[in-house]
Write a protein that binds this ligand. Sequence first.
Ligand code: ADQ
Length: 462
Amino acid sequence: MSRLIVVSNRVGPLKDSGKAGGLAVALVDTLRQTGGIWFGWTGKVSEEGTFGLLHEEKHRKVVMQQIDITQQDYDEFYIGYANRTLWPVLHYRLDLAEFDRRYEEGYRRVNERFAARLHPSIQPDDTIWVHDYHFFGLAAQLRAMEVENPIAFFLHIPFPAPEILAALPNAESLVRRMLAYDLIGFQTERDAANFRRFVVEELQGEDLGNDRVSAVGREVIARAYPIGIDAESFAQFVHSADARRHMARVEKLLDGRQQIIGVDRIDYSKGLPERFKAFERLLEDYPENRGQVSLMQVAPPSRSEVDSYVDIRNELEHLTGHINGRFADLDWTPIRFLTRSFNRKALAGVYRESKVGLVTPLRDGMNLVAKEYVAAQRPEDPGVLVLSRFAGAAERMKEALIVNPHSAEEVAAALQTALTMPWEERRERWLAMYERICEEGAHEWAQAILSDLRTEFAAYSA
Ligand code: ADQ
């Protein structure tokens, strides 16, 4: 099998420190099978930027290569185009999107520079796999440098309907450049279909069937590959000392009451204010839960350089104060809002002690918290997942209680159903989801993409 090169904005860690997410572990394992390179940004800003030192670290057949970017790249490419333009547009939030020519130019410049720095490491037989919205243009830049290797792309976030994407001033040229990839993977069938529709409708391309489209002299596969987690390992975390310590703390805190858990980065796509209001609605519409059920929301801040992220944190603090002020009692706090992160083992313990997993993004590529919550449950007494229909995860987790996160009334009713669900039904729903997430794990996901890419490419070049 040919050597693999993975490119993503942030890389690693190469060694499983217990902090690495399932995705990082799956990618490192995949890289180890063939040997390879994981290429990306150091996370640091320096004067030389992409012209500076190539930081290299090797561990068991995998080389991690990273470069800095300049302050200007950081402002225009990372904070600018990636987080202020693409992230909101791809999450259907045109109201929050900022369009600025400098961001667009910064994005193109950084894609070009990353391609130029990666180029000397590429050998003729390598397979290349690029990740996420930071690098839509990377393959086009590599092709311009006469790289003919098979190149796959995977988009971790949604790909919106063409009617939404068309609002992006350079949408057509962005998608045209994406056609330089050989295979483009999406989280859901809907995302893949949106992409194919864009190619047909906006680029006058052709739908060739079997997830293929052609336009501008290129033919690509645009197919859904829903990302998974290593569910069995995550389930094992609950037996760790860290998990047990956290379970004991939560148990003591709850003292026989029930807990609903939410775990998300603070991000407007995650529907957090709507979630808090739905919990308030639960206490209004079903007063028997007052004093009995609390919501724990674990939400570490992210992207604080972007105003809308600061606004949402302020709004959440305000809502927590309002709801707690309205309902709290001597020995019961309705909402616990924790702006910190936990290691993955501790998190598994917190999920397990929570009767309901509440995952209500307004839009989400997949949402791995939904899968982690299911993996961490007690088989003999599982909790219930309440899941937004707008999370990619909802496409294959139909046994969750599926809700419209914009309706406080509907989410409150689903929470009440979850809190009172009989054991047989809880167990049946949980088992169906658990079995499926075990079958559709992170390794299977990576293998499916790479095997389709290699098969296609072999057929094409024969
Ligand atoms: P994210 O938007 O980051 O990922 P998600 O899929 O939920 O969303 O993954 C978040 C991860 O961070 C989970 O593994 C979760 O456990 C962890 N996490 C969140 N808060 C935490 C905390 N306080 N402490 C510890 N860990 C925490 C993007 C896309 C998603 C897509 C993933 C993977 O937006 O839609 O599912 O990539 O493709």
